[in-house]
Design a protein around this ligand. Sequence first.
Ligand code: ATP
Ligand code: MG
Length: 241
Amino acid sequence: RKKMVFISTGSSNFDTLLCGGIETQSITEVFGEFRTGKTQLVHTVCVTAQLPKSMGGGQGKVIYIDTECTFRPERIKKIAERFDLDPEKTLENILVAEAWTVDRLNQLISQAAGLMMEDTFSLVVVDSIMAPFRVDFSGRGELSERQQVLGKTLSRLHKIAEQFNVAVFMTNQVMADPGMNAAYAVDPKKPIGGNIMAHASTTRLYLRKGRGEQRVCKIFDSPLIAEGECVFQITDGGIAD
Ligand code: ATP
Ligand code: MG
């Protein structure tokens, strides 16, 4: 069995909370309301994943599955500069593909496995995991079918995480705000995807806004890490203390 690697978030407070960073061989899920920094966080980790292991990196390439059309090359270049990496090379090492449907998402996961047999990767990002499932299974009666298909996709992601010693880092949405729709009489701070998602994610991180550009991360559900929270910032150079 290969040695687990911890990839830095860009914030030492955050890394301390995670006992080192985003770990390989497992699935980490980050959820929170809009603009809490989920996409900025995964962008930062796309860059740190390429750093040498001695610098908190994963020393590998990245696969980024974009389901919300929010991947921004300009942000990657800025973050690369902060870590003294060549912006263009850093961008080239991130293979980005869009997925609007569950079929496409599954196809990309299979292709990712193929690529990992040829080259060294350290990270797979899915931003966000539930978007294609929400599109493909929008009816109420389709929920149990959706969950079944979701379970299969997540188990494939788990398999590649273990087989290729990569971190799978996915973002997730929260339940709609009850104030916006009376039909959702639920906790708005709940990640979607139900029990299937809860069981698949080894580490679940909940982000919320703090003061100004400050954000707070709370460990939501982890068998290994003690509950706790940390404060970090979103900067031009990515996530920082
Ligand atoms: P959504 O649920 O809508 O996808 P998200 O959690 O992915 O939201 P992000 O897009 O990661 O949210 O975060 C957006 C926030 O990041 C902005 O509101 C802004 O505060 C901050 N931000 C974005 N770019 C920069 C930058 N260059 N410098 C500083 N802060 C930035
Ligand atoms: Mg986002």
